[in-house]
Write a protein that binds this ligand. Sequence first.
Ligand SMILES: CC(C)(COP(=O)(O)OP(=O)(O)OC[C@H]1O[C@@H](n2cnc3c(N)ncnc32)[C@H](O)[C@@H]1OP(=O)(O)O)[C@@H](O)C(=O)NCCC(=O)NCCS
Length: 359
Amino acid sequence: MAVKALRSWVRAVDARDAAALLRLHRELWFDHDGRGGMPASTDEQVWLGYGEILERQLAHRDGRRVPNGSFEGKLGHLVGEWDGRVVGQVEIYLDRFGWDPRTPHVAELRSLIVTRDSRGVGLGASLVREAAAASRLRAGSSTIVAAEVLARNEALAFYDRLGFRTLERLTAIAGARAPSGYKVAPAAVEDAGELSVLDHEARLRRQRWGDPRFDPAPTSIGGDLVRMIADGLALDEAQRSTEPGRVREELLARDARGRALAAGYLVASPLGPPFAPVMRAEIARLAADPDDPRALEAAHALVAHAWHRVSALGARELLVRTPFLDPVGASMAELESSRPFSWILAAPASTILRRATKP
Ligand SMILES: CC(C)(COP(=O)(O)OP(=O)(O)OC[C@H]1O[C@@H](n2cnc3c(N)ncnc32)[C@H](O)[C@@H]1OP(=O)(O)O)[C@@H](O)C(=O)NCCC(=O)NCCS
């Protein structure tokens, strides 16, 4: 064991790692493509260009961060060495979803990989542990580490060993029939009041289901929340015509009497390198009362509307993100044309650091 510990090492990335990182990214994205993730580009020119982007990014970051520091601003990047060779990497994106002092920072792990012939000796766990330690140092002791794992990836068991649990599910839908009797349309600024009610109830449910990443929901809906939502709607409205081929809009589903029963935030844009240039479309938030059968139907009407909208733009699937315990999300996962896409997992950094797996 001691020999293994000496042979492997995790450190901050630096500009000399660009070629190794390109190899690792290539292995990762083809692996994920094979597991039903986003399609990797098969065009060599795209990969050449991507290599140049990586090189530039690393040189730029090297020039800005403290020597050997893992973070430059919100971005962290670590590599794992085995016998002096770079064989693994992980990127970290630090964020905070709110402004309440009690709300923790979230360190999102991205592109974690250990190359095939170096797996099983503890390097993956070391990369995650170092990412947790560096993020905690940077953002505070309550930091939470999060990761997205494809549904068809045995790495789920790896995260389980490190203390992660599931917070959200992404379901991929490739076709949807709208229940009749509902009208779905983009929300306008005048809808901010109704949207605030749906949003507030969704926050309370998310809190009840134990997602620690967000601000505690206020006890009542104040003018601040309504104003914030109205501002967001106005911004989306203003951006609508400036971003052709991209979608960013709040959808509202109303019943025949005009009651707003479900809201969903739809985002869609073409993937950039190193992926194939397909449209990635997602309902990033879906708010509907799972105990109200009509709200559940309205949520399905909303998803069907979104699906028609993005499939017309060339999307092959629409991802729907919901809290793991949300029955609305579970009902999406039961649709004939759907498949489980991925899970969002999270663990407090302190839990990860307490879990000792291999050295
Ligand atoms: C997931 C991955 C990073 C794990 O790296 P690794 O270096 O092999 O993992 P470790 O050796 O540190 O394993 C840590 C623990 O997780 C377990 N584990 C690792 N991979 C596992 C797998 N595929 N299935 C089940 N358990 C696994 C190990 O058995 C070990 O448990 P132990 O401490 O009880 O022995 C690596 O398999 C990989 O790069 N996969 C392809 C890319 C990928 O899926 N990345 C994750 C993106 S979300």
